[in-house]
Design a protein around this ligand. Structure first.
Ligand code: MRU
Length: 347
C-alpha cells in the first residue's frame, strides 16, 4: 500500500489520534491519556468512522481501567461497567463503539481471577489486539470487494470509509488500494458529503495522497456522473448493519442507493463483521445521531442561512436492504436474502 498517514497510534502509554477536524490543511496528532479525553475526541470527531471509533474506544477502556483506584476485583468490575456506560454515550450510531466496549468488559469479566493490576495490563493487550485485527479485516474486505470489480472501472464513494476511518486500508477504499497495487486503471469519484465534508476533506485527501485518480463532486452531482456511464459500482462503508440487512451510513447514502437502482449500478456496502448488529432487527431501530445546526448553516465559517432558521441535521440515514446489491465483509460476500445470509456469517 502506498504511503498513508496513521490514524491511531498507541505509544508512551498514550493514545495518539490524527486530528481529522483540521485535515486536509493540517496533519497534526493529539494525545489522550484519560477516558474523558477519549470521550471528547469521539464526540468532537477528532477521530471518526465506525472502525476507528471502535479501536479508539478499546484504548479508552484501557485508560478508564487505569483510572479505577482499587485492588478489589468486584469493585473494579463495577467501576469498569460504569466507564463503559459513560463511553458509550459519546456517539450513538456506529455500533463498533459499543461492540469494542462490550468486548473489553467481557474480557475483564472472563479474567477476574487475575489481580486488578495484572488485569489492567491484559486489557491494554486486548485493545492492541482489536487494533491489529481491524487492519487484517480490512485487507480481507478489500480482497472480497476486488472480486466484484474489474480493471478500468469507475467507482463512486460517499463520506470517508477509508484508511482514516480505520486502522489501515479502510473498508470502502480497501479494494481501491488493492487495485492500485495490481496496477489497475480505475477512477474514483468522491462525494463531497455535506455537511461535514468527509468526502472532500478526508477521502479525497487520502486517495490523492496515495496517488489514486480521485475526482471530488458535490453530493448533488452524483446522478449526472451516473447518467454519463462513469460509474460501474458504488462502494460505501456502514456505521451499523441491522439483522435484516438495512444499513445506517452517512447521510446521503440512501439517496445514492435510489440513484443506483435507477441507473442499474451495483450498490456495495463494505463492512467488518463488528459493524453488523444482529441484536438490531431492522434499520428502524438504529439510533440516528442529530448534530449541531451550525454544521449545516455555518460550515464554511460564515453563516450561510439566517442564524435562527430551523435546521434538520441527521448525521446518518438508513438504506433499506432492498436497495443493496451486496454486503461485503471479511468473511465473505452477502447477498439477499440478507436476514438469512447474515445469520449464516455468524454460525
Ligand atoms: O460521522 P462520521 O464521519 O463518523 O461517519 C462515518 C461514516 O458514515 C462512514 O462511512 C462509516 O463509519 C464507515 S467507516 C469505515
Amino acid at each position: 500500500m502506498s504511503k498513508q498517514v496513521t490514524t491511531i497510534e498507541w505509544k508512551e502509554d498514550k493514545l495518539f489520534l490524527l486530528d481529522q477536524t483540521v485535515l486536509p490543511n493540517v496533519v497534526a496528532y493529539r494525545s489522550f491519556d484519560t477516558i474523558q479525553g477519549v470521550w471528547d475526541a469521539i464526540q468532537d470527531m477528532i477521530v471518526r468512522g465506525a472502525p476507528a471509533i471502535g479501536v479508539t474506544a478499546a484504548y479508552g477502556m484501557y485508560l478508564g481501567a487505569k483510572s479505577i483506584e482499587t485492588s478489589e476485583m468486584s469493585e473494579f468490575q463495577k467501576g469498569y461497567k460504569k466507564i463503559g456506560e459513560y463511553l458509550a454515550t459519546s456517539r450513538p450510531t456506529a455500533v463498533n463503539l459499543s461492540w469494542a466496549i462490550d468486548r473489553m468488559i467481557d474480557f475483564s469479566q472472563k479474567n477476574d481471577q487475575l489481580t486488578v493490576d495484572k488485569l489492567k495490563e491484559q486489557l491494554l493487550e486486548e485493545a492492541k489486539l482489536i487494533h491489529k485485527e481491524d487492519e487484517e479485516i480490512n485487507y480481507k474486505i478489500g480482497e472480497n470487494m476486488l472480486s466484484l470489480l474489474s480493471d478500468g472501472c469507475g467507482l463512486l464513494t460517499h463520506c470517508n470509509a477509508g484508511a482514516l476511518a480505520t486502522t489501515k486500508y479502510g473498508t470502502a477504499t480497501a479494494a481501491m488500494y488493492l487495485a492500485q497495487e495490481k496496477n489497475w486503471d480505475f477512477k474514483v469519484y468522491s462525494d463531497e458529503t455535506r455537511p461535514r465534508l468527509q468526502g472532500s476533506n478526508l477521502t479525497a485527501f487520502e486517495l490523492h495522497q496515495a496517488g489514486i485518480d480521485v475526482t471530488v463532486i458535490t453530493d448533488s452531482m452524483a446522478a449526472v456522473i451516473m447518467s454519463k456511464g462513469e460509474i460501474d459500482a458504488i462502494i460505501v462503508g456502514a456505521d451499523r448493519v441491522a439483522a435484516n440487512g438495512d444499513v445506517a451510513n452517512k447521510i446521503g447514502t440512501f439517496n445514492l442507493s435510489i440513484l443506483a437502482k435507477n441507473f442499474n449500478i451495483p450498490m456495495y456496502i463494505a463492512v467488518p463483521t463488528p459493524t453488523i448488529d444482529m441484536q438490531t432487527k431492522t434499520g428502524a431501530e438504529i439510533p440516528i445521531e442529530e448534530r449541531d445546526s451550525h454544521e449545516v448553516i455555518k460550515g464554511f465559517g460564515e453563516f450561510t442561512a439566517p442564524k435562527d432558521v430551523k435546521v434538520f441535521n441527521p448525521a446518518f440515514d438508513v438504506t433499506p436492504h432492498e436497495n443493496i446489491t451486496a454486503i461485503v465483509t471479511e468473511k465473505g460476500i452477502v447477498r439477499a436474502p440478507f436476514e438469512e445470509n447474515l445469520k449464516k456469517l455468524f454460525e
